[in-house]
Design a protein around this ligand. Sequence first.
Ligand code: EPZ
Length: 419
Amino acid sequence: MEKLVITGGTRLKGEVVISGAKNAAVAILPATLLLNGIYTISNLPNISDVKITCDILQDFGAKITWNSRNEIVIDTREIDGREAPIDKTSKFRASYYMIGAMLGRCGQIEVGLPGGCNLGARPIDQHIKGFEALGAKVDIGQGKISAKAKKLTGTSIYMDVVSVGATINVMIASVLAEGTTTIDNAAKEPHIVDVANFLNTMGADIRGAGTDVIKINGVKELKHEGCYSIVPDQIEAGTFMAAAIATKGDILIKNCIPEHLDCITAKIVEIGGHVEDLGDSIRVWNNKRPNKANIKTLPYPGFPTDMQPQMGVVLSIADGTSIINESIWESRFQYTNELNNMGAHITAQGKTAIVEGVKELLGAPVYASDLRAGAALLIAGIIAKGTTELYNINHIDRGYEQIEEKFRKLGANILRVNE
Ligand code: EPZ
């Protein structure tokens, strides 16, 4: 196992280039199963969640070659799998997209029940509701989920909960259904729009992605294999925005879409930071202790839950007491125990955390509980006095490409060493 050893006290300065969006990539790759073809997918983040997705697709018979660190060619002309290995899919939440893609492709699939970050219960009832509304029979048992459909028929589906995964999964499954499918109360994240854009380049007829109502007019067949570039990662960009504020630094964040960051920008300005929109990049800087602020995580365009831990670190050294309300996940405050071991004063109870700002954090051994908690604790190590050892960094590698290299280029003193 590896750990990151971080020597604190650096003000991050310089440029960072944002990678493609993890949560778009893990859906777009399975979507290539809908049409036999050869696809070149670029701006692909080179992270373990993408590698697992590629592994599972290869288990189904896809041929994948890496043209470069961030571009693959995927050939889905000889897909024969009906079942993905449980040991892979059960560890990986986004494996559920194989269901929507294979239902759309051939009307049959069996995968291990999806796993993923430990954020509390992670139901998939809305996915199942959508598949069944389209005419599929879905069974769950022995840690597996199987779905079968002679044919899929367009219908109207009202999501009881705004769900990124269920919105994307139903969108993928309904592309080749007979008739029109309407998804009401749909999620609106940038990665939803990116998946819809990709499906439309394949010849799908999807409208309204990015709004509450998405209409998918089923087509008889998709026509276009081809090339696609993944949208920049909103959350990776936000992570570096938080790092710039926490370290009183000045970072030019390149290859991002500033409009996708509006909710994060608003909060950063509220706590005293500065953000300059430069079109396809943003400059974020700060030269004083952050002000306190309250945060409530909400579906897009609200403040993203995937930015909650990173902002928790910023507020842990803010001037005053802040309140964080995590409305999406039931257990996303594990990182606060680690921060308190570094001298923070955070009281987390259920979905609320009270953050009393302290003057400084002190380096300590800390443990990442999930992807974003890991990124947050890395930022904490950079601002802390002394040395921090960050363990369980496999979580971070799931969603951040070359994380320590990117921070080192900004001046951070970080080493990846074997435990
Ligand atoms: C996606 O997870 C992201 N993962 C998560 O990012 C992100 O936190 C989440 O969306 C919210 O933005 C991927 O895209 C791979 P949801 P997903 O369905 O799709 C409830 C990261 O750090 N719900 O939008 O699993 C659910 O319990 C990861 O990159 C149901 O009740 O999230 C939660 O309270 C962590 N029934 C809420 O909806 C369902 O069938 C939002 O979940 C589905 C979800």
